[in-house]
Ligand binder design. Structure first.
Ligand SMILES: Cc1cc2nc3c(=O)[nH]c(=O)nc-3n(C[C@H](O)[C@H](O)[C@H](O)COP(=O)(O)O)c2cc1C
Length: 186
């Protein structure tokens, strides 16, 4: 069983990354194989918008999105994690979400049967960000509300989230719940 986290924060020692690590550690304790991809460490270009994906066998963009999307499609569970940037997901995560359009146009199925969402803001914009992520999840994954797990809350300075113990616990719980959900089968 594989759980893959896609991280939209460029701050490796930042709040989003910390919460993702907490969630993945809990999942590992329950025997699940985990992986984390921090998008800023790779080249994931924005969608070119030609809207002609269906006529090509592979995306016109030649960057890291191809193999990341392969892993994303094959994972049993995925976590989408982002800081709030201007009331929405970070540009890194938005570029990745847009690049899923190629798969959408090829009617590609995603294997994941549980989806986690981790969102951190300084003070506002979480609801708007969750709305964007929910739209993407609903349009891409065949999962009901009971298989979408959310951990969101507030922190700002680098690593400050470590002091937000309820949020840290929420992230750990998200990791456990995703594994439990996956073990229940589809
Ligand atoms: C470009 C940018 C835009 C931001 N926009 C918002 C925002 O709209 N609302 C908010 O509450 N915090 C906003 N923040 C603050 C971050 O969400 C906050 O610092 C968060 O903890 C960063 O997470 P990270 O440590 O994982 O990078 C913004 C930060 C940056 C750099």
């Amino acid at each position: 069983m594989k759980l893959l986290a896609i991280v939209g924060s460029p701050r490796l020692k930042g709040n989003t990354n910390y919460l993702v690590e907490q969630a993945l550690k809990e999942a590992e304790k329950l025997g699940v194989q985990t992986a984390k991809i921090v998008l800023s460490q790779y080249q994931v270009n924005p969608c070119l918008g030609h809207d002609d994906c269906a006529s090509f066998d592979s995306c016109r963009q030649k960057d890291d999105a191809g193999w990341i999307l392969d892993k994303f499609c094959e994972a049993d569970g995925v976590i989408l994690a982002t800081p709030v940037y201007w009331y929405n997901v970070s540009a890194q995560l938005k570029a990745f979400i847009d690049r899923n359009y190629f798969l959408y146009k090829h009617d590609q199925k995603y294997k994941a049967r549980a989806v986690g969402v981790i969102v951190v803001a300084e003070k506002e914009g979480i609801e708007d960000t969750l709305h964007t992520l929910k739209q993407f999840i609903d349009g891409s994954f065949n999962v009901g509300e009971d298989r979408i797990f959310i951990a969101c809350g507030y922190a700002n300075k680098l690593g400050e989230v470590k002091n937000n113990l309820p949020l840290v616990e929420e992230a750990r719980k998200l990791g456990r719940q995703m594994v439990e959900s996956l073990k229940q089968g589809s």
